[in-house]
Design a protein around this ligand. Sequence first.
Ligand code: NAI
Ligand code: 15L
Length: 268
Amino acid sequence: PAPRTVLLTGAAGGLGTLMRERLPGYGYELRLLDLLPIEGEPDAITADLADTDALRAAVRGVDAIIHFAGISLESTFEKILRANIQGTYNLYEAARAEGVRRIVFASSNHAVGFTPRPTGDDPLIPIDTPRRPDTYYGLSKGFGEDLASLYWDLHGIETVSIRIGSCFPEPTSVRMLSVWMSPDDGARLLHAALTAEDVRHTVVHGSSANTRLWWDLSSARALGYEPQDDSEPYAAKLIAEQGELEPGNPAHAHLGGPFCTTPPIWPH
Ligand code: NAI
Ligand code: 15L
């Protein structure tokens, strides 16, 4: 049966907020969790991924989990280790102990961020491109994907790992024209990831059907995802403001964009 009750971790964050506005429209009942309290959501669980007892209680009885919580940009190794690596392990252990069968994991393009971006007639980046993390952050996303693989093989817990491009209300850089996922397409992809059958551990790229797409969306489409949006209407204005991407610029030459420089360039 399709999942109905879904735990959304990281519900106070940018993506969590965009998705908790949309997912109830697909019929899900959301249980919200974040380190931070969420205004207007008195039932949300305020807990740290380090709190294993709180995680056990939070996952108890849900049909599926969407795991967004964690540090979402580059940070120190110690902080990434605690929130993203140990925290994701804690969540999977809670899911195993409580019998949850399906997880959607927010991976990131930064797990493979040093992959050169396609130019000219280059093929789109395939989903089985080798890992090339661009940060400790990207490294933690590779860890999460491998943890998901382990928990499928060992414990039969299914995961869809979504290597999200950039999911924001609008693209804000020329790079994002290629990797943008509209919030509405994000909700479509989450719904597909929650309902597709026999996903085992599947890794997919998460973006809209952008004219300037850099990666192959076929494994996402195989889940039943049909993106409806394209960043192209934003292209002329962004290129006029920022210029075209330059191949010789390290922040422009790779999938991970500005994460591929030392230090990473903010804002992206
Ligand atoms: P965000 O930083 O806005 O939200 C992350 C949330 O996780 C925050 O509300 C934070 O309080 C919570 N959190 C952090 N550490 C925690 C802990 N130890 N315990 C409990 N909660 C904790 O990030 P955003 O943009 O909403 O991203 C959500 C997820 O999607 C992240 O895992 C991020 O890495 C991933 N992602 C997002 C992309 C995007 O375009 N927004 C792109 C690729 C991946
Ligand atoms: C990510 O993984 C970040 O969480 C998000 O804030 C954006 O920076 C996104 O990647 C991106 O690559 O644009």
